[in-house]
Design a protein around this ligand. Structure first.
Ligand SMILES: [Ca+2]
Length: 78
């Protein structure tokens, strides 16, 4: 029983990590100039995000940070 609980938490941890990694990989893939932020021209492949840019740009700095991108993906894909 203990082993099973451990296995379940390990699997949960793994899936959580792979989700986080997936978000980071997507972000880095889009962040072509490696600035750590996504700006308008980097988001041409993400029209839905681009169309709602101001909605996801929570702090209105005209850039999408990793956290803002993660919020976008969480709300739209997962
Ligand atoms: Ca921002």
């Amino acid at each position: 029983m203990k082993i099973r609980a451990c296995l379940v938490s390990c699997l949960l941890l793994l899936s959580f990590n792979s989700l986080a990694l997936d978000v980071k990989q997507r972000f880095d893939h889009l962040d072509t100039d490696q600035s750590g932020y996504l700006i308008h021209h980097e988001l041409e492949a993400q029209p839905h995000l681009l169309n709602n840019f101001s909605k996801w740009d929570k702090n209105q700095d005209n850039k999408i940070s990793l956290v803002e991108f993660k919020n976008y993906l969480t709300n739209n894909l997962y």
